[in-house]
Design a protein around this ligand. Sequence first.
Ligand SMILES: [Zn+2]
Length: 164
Amino acid sequence: MSVKTDHGAIEAARHGHERSPEWPRVEKEHLLKQPHCVACKPGTNTGAGLQVHHIFPFHYCIALGRPDLELDDRNLITLCETEAGKPAQNHHLLIGHLDDFKSSNLRVSHDATETFFGMSEADIKTDHRWLLEKVSRLKPLDQMTDQDKADFKQAMDAAFPKAG
Ligand SMILES: [Zn+2]
């Protein structure tokens, strides 16, 4: 098995956070439930690596009051990622992060299963909807205003109400 770059952990580390020790177990359980990239047509892209992606990036969740969402399956989605020497679409980078691992796409669920479902890298990169989303993608945590943070927190709490 090849070693993949853990982009989520790299971004979190820049902000002083690391993955929970529970993460490997939660990641494995998610992959059993959702073993294919949700943006790929079934049966395609079989040589690709898979990433369990956080819809709300986990270091934002930790910093903005919802650390529970790091390990909450509702906040997870499986996307493909290019591995060296294998052809793949890299839906993780293109749809999950809108082409920049420092940013993220909060509409990833809808975009992966509807807007850009089954599309190749070349087609996504020239799609005007993707180009528009790229312009308004999530700001890095350290560039967010207090209003941005309040909006983000409200979006997290509305999408995934705290259990209990
Ligand atoms: Zn894919």
